[in-house]
Design a protein around this ligand. Structure first.
Ligand code: NAD
Length: 261
């Protein structure tokens, strides 16, 4: 089913991990997809997704914390792919440190990318939805850590709780215009970010070998397995679809039952 035929979708962090799952799902469902990420090879990854799916894509190397660059990237996406319908704010970072070792730089990086970056992209998308009269969709990647803070990541938890707050605020402002804003909370999805988590949390929490901490935490998931980027992409596509027109300001877990609130 090509639910997004003719629509232009912007996905930050769409070159790998969860974002690639999201971008691929939209491409498979007929959208033109702009993929914006910090890595220099983002245009090549976007071209690979186009080759895999037959969709038109655009890859832009972008730092989501740079407001001017965000403006330019959205302008280029609309100029090359057409009027924007959906913006997915998914780019994110994590670092892990004990409270006394957590640097101001780490604090700023997590808040800048995970919270300010989400806001800057939402802001630019909303300007464009309003200019074109589009009942657009904002979908923001939060985390299980937007529900409950975990050990050694107060900065990451703060940044993700912030995503939920800004999403709710935008949802209220935009509701009468038919623009929705929702947040999603992935649980444990096997990506490069989780390889880092496994290595660093594993080292800090005990004598864990590679993959052992993740395996232990996955055992605690009611469904007994990690999620996939494609499963997150399926939720994001639903929230962007016509079927979700009456859903706004919500925060939805996609985590195999890990957190039930
Ligand atoms: N993997 C998980 O289990 C999990 C769980 C909960 C939430 N999340 C969130 O999902 C999102 C994607 O995570 P992932 O696991 O795919 O991670 P990943 O490390 O595989 O990918 C991170 C993405 O963010 C992009 N990015 C980082 N800094 C950026 C910047 N300054 N400007 C633009 N792009 C930047 C990277 O280019 C990359 O595409 C993040 O927001 C993360 O916090 C992941």
């Amino acid at each position: 089913m090509k639910r997004f035929a003719g629509q232009t979708v912007f996905v930050t962090g769409g070159n790998k991990g969860i974002g690639r799952g999201i971008a691929t799902r939209f491409a498979e469902e007929g959208a033109q997809v702009a993929i914006a990420a910090i890595e220099a090879d983002t245009p090549e990854i976007a071209a690979a997704i186009a080759a895999e799916t037959g969709a038109k894509t655009l890859g832009v190397t972008l730092d989501v914390t740079d407001a001017a660059a965000v403006r330019e990237a959205y302008a280029e996406a609309e100029a090359r792919l057409g009027t924007l319908s959906v913006s997915v704010q998914n780019a994110g970072v994590i670092t892990i440190a004990k409270v006394e070792d957590l640097t101001e730089r780490e604090w700023d990086l997590n808040l800048d990318v995970n919270t300010k970056g989400v806001f800057l992209c939402c802001q630019e998308a909303v300007k464009r939805f309003r200019a074109s009269g589009t009942k657009g969709r904002l979908i923001n990647t939060a985390s299980g850590q937007a529900r409950q803070g975990f050990i050694y990541t107060p900065h990451y938890a703060a940044s993700k709780f912030g995503v939920v707050g800004l999403t709710q605020s935008l949802a209220k402002e935009l509701a009468r215009e038919g623009i929705t804003a929702n947040a999603i909370c992935p649980g444990i999805i096997h990506t490069e970010m989780w390889d880092y988590n496994d290595r660093v949390w594993g080292r800090m929490l005990g004598e864990y070998g590679p993959g052992e901490l993740m395996a232990e935490w996955v055992e605690g998931i009611p469904m007994g397995r990690a999620g996939t980027p494609a499963e997150v992409g399926a939720l994001v596509a639903f929230l962007a679809s016509q079927d979700a027109a009456y859903i706004t300001g919500q925060t939805i877990n996609v985590d195999g039952g890990l957190i039930m609130s």
